[in-house]
Design a protein around this ligand. Structure first.
Ligand SMILES: [Zn+2]
Length: 121
């Protein structure tokens, strides 16, 4: 699934809790790369997730419409599209977080100090 953008290591998400696959660790268990490097870091992951989910929804909508052609009914097209709109954001959440972190690592390489002091106050 998702891999560390620094070393390619796995196990970035906590397990085996109920929502473990949605909760990314603070740092890579293999190389120690801190994932949250700036304030508001995860807003970018939300944007990536929104784009991926929108593309998935549009693909399903177009495929459902083509499959139902020449006599498409509303429910026939709408049901798979609604199901995709419910599942895509959850499915893409881990991918979005690791993809966004990889983009940030390209701009702020791991050897640079993090911009955010994540120690508790
Ligand atoms: Zn790593």
């Amino acid at each position: 699934m998702a891999a560390c953008p620094g070393c390619g290591g796995r196990g970035l998400f906590r397990r085996p809790s109920r929502r473990g696959w949605l909760r990314i660790r603070e740092a890579c268990p293999s190389c120690g790369l801190a994932f949250e490097r700036t304030h508001g870091h995860w807003i970018g992951a939300v944007a990536v997730n929104t784009v991926l989910s929108t593309v998935a929804i549009l693909i399903v909508l177009i495929v459902a419409f083509v499959v139902a052609w020449p006599d498409p009914e509303v429910l026939e097209v709408l049901m798979p599209t609604v199901a995709t709109s419910l599942m895509a954001p959850l499915t893409f959440a881990p991918i979005s977080r690791s993809l966004w972190t990889a983009m940030v690592v390209l701009v702020l390489p791991p050897e640079d100090p993090p911009l955010l002091d994540t120690r508790p106050i």
